[in-house]
Ligand binder design. Structure first.
Ligand code: BG6
Length: 255
């Protein structure tokens, strides 16, 4: 029954917390691969965690993706004095407009009366543009805010799914295959043991920056993502995981 299910999740949460060395794990019922509402449930729990974390005027950096878009959709105006500043974690990574971090940051701010700043950078960035764009005053200012973020919230994807969604070049696909990439987050691709195989060149948060950020929340569910979640969390840069039952069970029982 319901109570049993909740208690069952507690055990599972503790188990995953210990295995993946996390501070907090939250599991919602179902499988977001199969039922769309599960993704919104993940979103609801992610919003709750954000409320628990934030004090008055903090900065939240976030990635794009359909999961983060669902988090935004679950946000509601609150009477609290919390007025977060939402910023994209990194520059464009080849997502459709509605799934871009810029769009999601603006949407979140609108829904909970927060503020937002956008990063206007071309996508993808050439080496040359990269070096000149980080010197642009407007970009520099937002980059500074991003690096000072109090909370980072991000999705995790399956490596090849993400590479195809981003229409990665043949060379990149080959690099991912040779390096046996399993997961993707923030535009970084990782192998089974959490080593970086490839990274999309753009401005904003670099993986190293995450270690100085107080709370890094990963939101990812669906049985098909279990292997990716495991791979990404192996490099230990996120301390909170919000996932669903199907991914959680696969994380423990194997995939
Ligand atoms: C991307 C993020 O936009 O979305 C990644 O940059 C993340 O960090 C990916 O892995 C996940 O997408 P989705 O649609 O599976 O939530």
């Amino acid at each position: 029954d319901y109570v049993e299910e909740i208690n069952g999740f507690r055990v599972l949460e503790t188990e995953i917390k210990q295995t993946l060395n996390l501070d907090r794990v939250i599991i919602t019922p179902g499988d977001s691969d199969v039922q769309e509402w599960v993704k919104y449930d993940l979103g609801r729990r992610a919003v709750q965690s954000l409320h628990d974390e934030l004090t008055s005027h903090e900065t939240v950096a976030l990635t794009g993706g359909t999961t983060m878009a669902a988090v935004a959709e679950m946000m509601q105006p609150t009477s609290s004095a919390i007025r977060p500043l939402f910023v994209p974690a990194r520059g464009g990574l080849g997502e459709r407009m509605e799934n871009q971090a810029n769009t999601i940051a603006a949407e979140m701010a609108k829904r909970i009366n927060g503020d937002y700043r956008m990063l206007y950078v071309p996508d993808p960035l050439s080496e040359e543009t990269y070096h000149s764009i980080i010197r642009e005053p407007g970009v520099k200012e937002v980059l500074h805010m991003i690096k000072q973020a109090d909370v980072v919230m991000h999705g995790i994807g399956d490596a090849l799914t993400m590479a195809n969604r981003r229409k990665a070049s043949k060379d990149v696909l080959e690099e991912l295959n040779t390096g046996r990439a399993v997961s993707e987050a923030f535009g970084y691709y990782f192998d089974q043991s959490g080593q970086v195989v490839h990274k999309v060149r753009t401005v904003g948060i670099q993986l190293e920056d995450l270690s100085t950020i107080k709370t890094v929340i990963a939101v990812a569910g669906g049985k098909s993502k279990a292997k990716a979640i495991d791979s990404y969390l192996r490099q230990g840069k996120s301390n909170v995981l919000i996932t669903d039952e199907a991914a959680a069970k696969a994380l423990i029982k194997g995939f």
